[in-house]
Design a protein around this ligand. Structure first.
Ligand SMILES: Cc1ncc(COP(=O)(O)O)c(C=O)c1O
Length: 350
């Protein structure tokens, strides 16, 4: 049985979080002389940023709660979802003692964050069809396994995992399942966000970096039961989301339609790109994609990658990733960019 009290690190459980000036007083007043800011203003920028931002991002979270149909206390905001990846490890994994399970090939930051925190990883490879080897995952859980990272749609394979498999893992694991849905806007019916209340051990990550087109503002979301979110809030830096980021995200959320237009356009582009690419030189296989990128098996990924670079086109060579030998990962670009990619590719000589 999942028991949060049992899996939280004792030092984190006992942690008394920093109390900032904006924790002690939140509201409106005529004069703020409590946080040692510069009352005259900000240097060099038009936006007003001389005040510390709301450490709890209240207005932004209220808006996100509505759009995502979750409760306000179920939301954590981080400096990209990468911050949430790090925090979940720091909350639950005792360095040099506990373990995290990864399902490679998958997003590289899980391993890096584990390494930074001196936490071992146990890797259970995906099956040949890039789906989860559920039996192997469940059989490989030990008393040390505190987290299982599942990325769906998965980077770099681009596909979603079967919902039933993810749910089976949630049901049969006493630790935390971190479900990274960074690319979920491209496959919205595959989200498990609306099942959040059914699984007390589920943490879902989403981001503003992909479909929302806001990678530069650094804003990621984690959704979970409020008891888990409270732990993340205790650990985070007090003002982890800048004033400018909070404002930009609020403005974006008022334009959800634009995000949906971008998603539609990218999906149309992806469909035609996948069709064309399958007939281009050196292509062995174009894998199915539920995201805004495609994974392509080739006969010579390294050469092709360098050829693209020479032509001022940057793709990602994933050849050194297990199960992705000779694979390029290509982000779907604009119509113009994709056309150029195809033109250049057609002229490639091995
Ligand atoms: C699966 C996955 N999760 C998380 C991230 C990082 O997202 P963020 O920009 O919110 O830190 C990426 C970025 O490429 C990703 O591919």
């Amino acid at each position: 049985m999942f028991n949060l009290d049992k899996i939280i690190r004792p030092n984190i459980k006992a942690l008394k979080p920093y109390s900032s000036a904006r924790d002690d007083f939140f509201g409106t007043a005529d004069i703020f002389l409590d946080a040692n800011e510069n009352s005259y203003g900000s240097v060099g920028i038009k936006e007003k940023a001389n005040r510390y931002p709301d450490p709890h991002q209240r207005i932004l979270k209220e808006k996100i709660a509505k759009i995502k149909n979750v409760k306000f206390p179920q939301i954590f905001l981080g400096n990209g979802s990468d911050e949430a990846i790090d925090i979940v490890i720091r909350a639950f994994c005792e360095p040099a003692e506990d373990e995290i399970m990864l399902l490679p090939p998958t997003y590289g930051m899980y391993q890096v964050a584990a390494d930074v925190n001196n936490v071992k990883t146990r890797k259970i490879k995906l099956k040949e069809n890039f789906q989860i080897d559920v039996e192997n995952v469940l059989n490989s859980i030990t008393t040390k396994t505190k987290l299982i990272f599942i990325c769906s749609p998965n980077n770099p394979t681009a596909n979603c995992f079967r919902k039933e498999d993810i749910i089976k893992i949630c049901r049969n694991f006493d630790g935390i399942v971190v479900l990274d849905e960074a690319y979920i806007d491209f496959a919205p019916d595959r989200t498990l966000l609306q099942k959040l209340n059914d699984y007390p051990n589920l943490v879902i990550l989403q981001t503003f970096s992909k479909a929302w087109g806001l990678a530069g503002i650094r804003l990621g979301m984690a959704f979970a039961q409020k008891e888990i979110i409270n732990i993340f809030d205790k650990i985070k830096y007090p003002y982890n989301i800048s004033e400018l980021t909070q404002k930009a995200a609020l403005s974006a959320l008022k334009n959800e339609k634009q995000k949906n237009i971008f998603v539609k356009k990218l999906l149309v582009q992806k469909k035609s790109l996948m069709k064309i690419v399958s007939g281009l030189p050196c292509v062995v296989k174009v894998y199915p994609s539920d995201s805004n990128f495609i994974l392509i098996k080739t006969t010579c990924a390294g050469k092709l990658y360098n050829y693209f670079v020479k032509n001022n086109i940057i793709t990602r060579n994933r050849s050194n990733v297990a199960m992705c030998e000779n694979c390029l990962r290509i982000t779907v670009g604009t119509e113009k960019e994709n056309k150029r990619l195809v033109e250049v590719w057609k002229k490639f000589k091995k």
